[in-house]
Ligand binder design. Structure first.
Ligand SMILES: [Zn+2]
Length: 114
């Protein structure tokens, strides 16, 4: 399962420490363990260090819940590195949906032997 659609639920698996111009950690950055909604896709604007390795470009996502944070370098809305997120399998986590679908399935018909 990949992160590939707007509206998909993703869990943040990396702590993002974005420093403001005053050297403080910006409030409202994605928090490890929190579930967000994919709001769009855009490559990360600038070289980004992921697990100690600097990538010149990396796939990124916008988050529906976090819209107020803009990039300090270009002032566009932040695009967060996609590797910092894991897809949430809603089918596994939402038990009520599984039960509902099970109830919607018509009972199998018994066919008369030909
Ligand atoms: Zn930027």
């Amino acid at each position: 399962m990949a992160i590939d659609r707007v509206g998909q639920k993703v869990r943040c698996v990396m702590s993002f420490g974005i420093e403001t111009s005053t050297g403080e950690t910006a409030a409202g950055c994605p928090t490890e363990g929190t579930v967000y909604t994919v709001g769009g896709f855009e490559a990360v604007h600038h070289p980004v260090a992921i697990d100690g390795v600097t990538h010149l470009s990396a796939p990124g996502i916008h988050l529906g819940e976090i819209r107020g944070i803009c990039c300090l370098k270009c002032a566009r809305p932040m695009s967060w590195p996609i590797v910092g997120f894991a897809p949430v399998d809603e089918r596994e986590t939402d038990i009520s949906e599984i039960v509902r679908k099970a109830l919607d399935v018509p009972a199998p018909k018994v066919l008369d032997p030909v």
